[in-house]
Each structure stands twice: as structure tokens, then as C-alpha cells.
Design a protein. Structure first.
Length: 248
């Protein structure tokens, strides 16, 4: 049994950006950029890719990494990781998203450290800097307790500035607990297996945020705060931003 492993869930189709993991950036698929970044930033952890299509399998293997075919019918990345870990048998699993090409070794190690404190699940957040990002429903918000445990995740502006409504500016966002949730997770293996057997939660289905299934069923999620820069590739415009970053 492996102590801690990184498993990256990979789905071929994407609603907002069809086949984005195979989208070429400077002549190479986005997925290959992510794979090489993870391997370079956190070489101490075994790395696997849980894929749902032969095209993704071939992309990963040709780049020199390990791929595990999983059921294409899975509704969430966590379900996909749970299936892959039945073969890998890691005691702890770190989930790095396949569309996060700037994930850092510090972020990955922070997640591993949170799990060592005994929490069933951990994730990361970063402070919003602008009102435009805070009001964007594609950028998920997380509200935390004083001890860093997650209270809720939402696509809506949370906390909502009741006295100001939508009339907020960058200064207000920076001065208040406005945190963006990053799509990085870590799980104890037993919670991962339990998660896969739980039905999708009511809030999860409304917000389309799978991490709400954990909170709805009474489990805690520890949140670490990171200042490392990120570029999540959710749209073709995000891919352009990453390519511009590479150019710098």
C-alpha cells in the first residue's frame, strides 16, 4: 500500500470548453503541461491519472506517466479517484485538477500536512483580489470557521455584502474574508470510499459543487490558505492567459 499518492481525475468532455485537456498550448496538450508541472513540483509523491477515455490515456502514457481507465459514467472527479484508488490502494490521496497548470509543490505539501492532523478531507483557498472575480459564478467561494474548517462553498458572492449589495469594489473584497476555493483536495482513503457510496447531495446538485456532498453528510473539510498564483483553465480565454504566462 502506498502512503500518499496524487491522483488526477481526467474527463474528456467539458461543457464550457469541449475537450479542453487535449487543447494544444504551444503545440502540446494542456494535460501534458499539468502532468509535467506536478511531477516537477512534487516528485516525492507517486502520480497517477484517472481517465475516462482512450485519448486521455494515450496522452498521459505517451508523456511517460501512469494512467488508469475509469468508468466514463462517473458524475464527479472524486468518484473517479475513488475507483482508481481501489487499484492504487493509497492510504491518503491528493487530488490535483487536470486543468490547474500552475499547481505548486507548496500547495500539494500543504494538503498532505493538513491530512496529517487527522482531518478526513482538506482543500485550499486563496484571497480574492478583485470584485470582478468575487462576483464571477465560475470562481467558487468558500466561507471558513475561525479554525479553518469549511462552513460552505458557493458560486454566489459569499459572504454577501447586504448593506452594499452588488455595489462592491476591489478594496472591499480585499478588506473582508472573501476566499476563492481552489480545486485541490486531499482525502483519507476511508472517506474517499465512503464518498463514492453516498448519493449526490441536494446542495451539491443545486450548486454543482461535489465538495458539498461531504459537508451535507457531516464530515469536516480543513482549508489551508495559499498565496501561490493559479490559473484554472475553465474556458478558451483561460487557455490564452496560461499561454501568455508561459510567454513571460
Amino acid at each position: 500500500m502506498t502512503d500518499t499518492a496524487i491522483i488526477v481525475p481526467c474527463r474528456l468532455e467539458s461543457t464550457r470548453f469541449p475537450r479542453k485537456l487535449l487543447h494544444k498550448i504551444k503545440g502540446r496538450p494542456l494535460l501534458s503541461w499539468v502532468a509535467e508541472r506536478i511531477a516537477r513540483q512534487a516528485p516525492e509523491f507517486p502520480l497517477y491519472f484517472a481517465v475516462d477515455h482512450q485519448l486521455l490515456h494515450d496522452c498521459v502514457v505517451q508523456a511517460g506517466f501512469k494512467a488508469i481507465m475509469t468508468d466514463p459514467a462517473h458524475q464527479s472527479g472524486t468518484d473517479r479517484i475513488a475507483e482508481a484508488n481501489r487499484s492504487i490502494r493509497a492510504g491518503q490521496v491528493i487530488n490535483v485538477q487536470a486543468d490547474e497548470p500552475l499547481v505548486s509543490g507548496g500547495q500539494i505539501r500543504a494538503l498532505a500536512g493538513l491530512l496529517k492532523a487527522g482531518v478526513p478531507m482538506a482543500t485550499l483557498a486563496t484571497a480574492f483580489k478583485t470584485a470582478a472575480d468575487f462576483s464571477n459564478p465560475n470562481q467558487v467561494k468558500v466561507v471558513m470557521r475561525q479554525d479553518g474548517r469549511a462552513l460552505y462553498f458557493s458560486r454566489a458572492m459569499t459572504p454577501y455584502p447586504r448593506e452594499r449589495g452588488a455595489a462592491i469594489d476591489d478594496a472591499w473584497v480585499r478588506a473582508n474574508p472573501c476566499f476563492k476555493h481552489l480545486g485541490l483536495y486531499a482525502y483519507q482513503a476511508d472517506l474517499l470510499e465512503k464518498f463514492a457510496k453516498l448519493p449526490p447531495g441536494r446542495l451539491e446538485q443545486i450548486e454543482k459543487l461535489e465538495q458539498l456532498r461531504v459537508l451535507e453528510n457531516g464530515y469536516e473539510i480543513a482549508c489551508g490558505v495559499t498565496e501561490d498564483p493559479t490559473i484554472g483553465v475553465d474556458t478558451p480565454e483561460d487557455a490564452v492567459k496560461f499561454e501568455e504566462w508561459l510567454g513571460k
